[in-house]
Design a protein around this ligand. Structure first.
Ligand code: FE2
Length: 439
């Protein structure tokens, strides 16, 4: 079997531990998980106990994140890391270009060169904040055509929200295996080591690297106890380990730079674990879309799947928002997204089909950046059509778009600002919106 076929068979057999923020527990070998304590004098089966902290020890219980890992070899037993080239990965602070108030839109990345794996294929578009302050975010795209082999990656700078657009990924993590296909997302917590294998010959998609507080489900307020993304639909892996003694390259992103060390074994050797600092996957089509059943439509914050709170209530370091299939029934209402200027900055990507505010030019795998206070909204064709449409109930089900929305302006990297796939003339989509004013 090819590596893709092997990975697909593995992905088809996976089981999960459901629930967002749960105290999960899992053991790949019966008896590997100690009962009643975290760090017994001798851990079961000769394993080493290790705590992985995703929050400060002293953070409030509701925000506290840690997991206990029971592994074949301790993580501490590793050789010295040395600097490696950063390739096309960039980090905050983003200073290669000046922040740009213009509306920008990109086509998809060009096809990857032969032999490109997930890490080599990460390409940073821009971001904000400062990795050393654990604040802000980065927007990456990825494309790959080669599985990572004897190589794992971990990101000390933040958690990684992976949003596939083309092709699926098999994520072999310290906590076990997850598969993620277009229309689904995967989250790898800060510091968790993982290897990416491919479920298709060529893959591509988006990554939000969140330097700030870990993503949580948004509060629901008057919506009530249910709705939007439901906690039970988030799936963590079950424990799975590899006991492999051969050289393995460990790539660590630390304060903006890549560092590597060659271990004499695979660090994906966790036999059992418990805790709430865990990777997970989520099917975006499980999102319970809330909308208006009278007139107007709510602000797009109602489509928030996950939010990373900042130190100012209500201002997210980054929100992950999905525009999922939904009904539009508003009476006397302009139904596409309205024209607006937003203090938050918006990066949008398209996973399939079309987006209801853009008739053309916004394509799957591409993306648009509408920075702080930049004016945007439906293009002329969409405006004309929606202004004249007969307002019968309408199902929007021909596309799946998402947004990374952040409280701070996004500064593009030099490679994004100068990319051949940066579209010229994006402003033109709003040309021809002439005055209709009559007195
Ligand atoms: Fe917007």
């Amino acid at each position: 079997m090819s590596t893709v076929e092997t990975a697909r068979k593995t992905a088809g057999d996976l089981t999960h531990s459901p629930g967002f923020g749960n105290e999960h527990q899992s053991e790949a070998v019966p008896g590997a998980l100690p009962a009643g304590r975290n760090s017994p004098q001798r851990a079961p089966l000769g394993l080493y106990a290790e705590q992985l902290s995703g929050s400060a020890f002293t953070e409030p219980r509701a925000r506290n994140r840690r997991s206990w890992l029971y592994r074949i070899r301790p993580s501490a037993a590793h050789p010295r890391f040395t600097r490696a080239g950063n390739g096309t990965i960039r980090s905050a602070p983003f200073t290669e270009t000046v922040p740009d108030p213009n509306r920008l839109r990109w086509n998809p990345l060009p096809e990857p060169a032969a032999g490109t794996d997930f890490v080599a294929g990460l390409w940073t578009l821009g971001g904000n904040g400062d990795v050393t302050r654990r604040a802000g975010m980065a927007i990456h795209l990825y494309h790959a055509n080669t599985p990572m082999t004897d190589k794992v990656f971990s990101d000390s700078d933040g958690e990684l929200l992976i949003v596939p657009e083309r092709g699926g990924l098999l994520l072999r993590t310290e906590f076990g295996l997850l598969a993620v296909e277009p229309g689904h997302v995967a989250l790898i917590p800060r510091g968790v080591r993982f290897r990416v294998e491919l479920l298709d010959e060529t893959v591509r998609g988006y990554v939000c690297e969140n330097y700030g507080a870990p993503f949580v489900l948004p509060d629901l307020g008057p919506i009530g106890a249910n709705g939007l993304a439901n906690a039970r639909d988030f799936l963590a892996p079950v424990a799975a380990y590899e006991d492999v003694r051969r050289p393995t390259t460990v790539v660590n992103k630390f304060c903006g730079n890549l560092w590597t060390a060659t271990y004499d074994h695979s660090p994906l050797d966790v036999v059992a674990w418990h805790g709430n600092h865990v990777p997970y996957v989520y099917d975006l089509r499980r999102f319970n879309v809330i909308g208006s059943i009278s007139y107007d439509h709510p602000d797009p914050s109602v489509f928030t799947v996950l939010t990373s709170p900042s130190d100012t209530p209500g201002q997210a370091g980054v929100d992950f928002v999905v525009f999922a299939p939904r009904w539009l029934v508003g009476e006397d209402t302009f139904r596409p997204p309205y024209f607006h200027r937003n203090v938050m900055s918006e990066y949008m990507g398209l996973l399939e089909g079309a987006y209801d505010a853009k008739a053309e030019g916004f394509v799957p795998g591409g993306g648009s950046l509408h920075n702080m206070m930049s004016a945007h909204g439906p293009d002329r064709e969409t405006f004309d059509r929606a202004s004249a449409a007969e307002l019968v109930p309408q199902k929007i089900d021909d596309g799946l778009a998402f947004m990374f929305e952040t409280r701070w302006p996004v500064t593009a990297t030099a490679q994004a600002a100068g990319a051949g796939h940066l579209q010229g003339g994006y402003d033109d989509v709003w040309q021809g919106l002439e005055s209709n004013f009559r007195v």
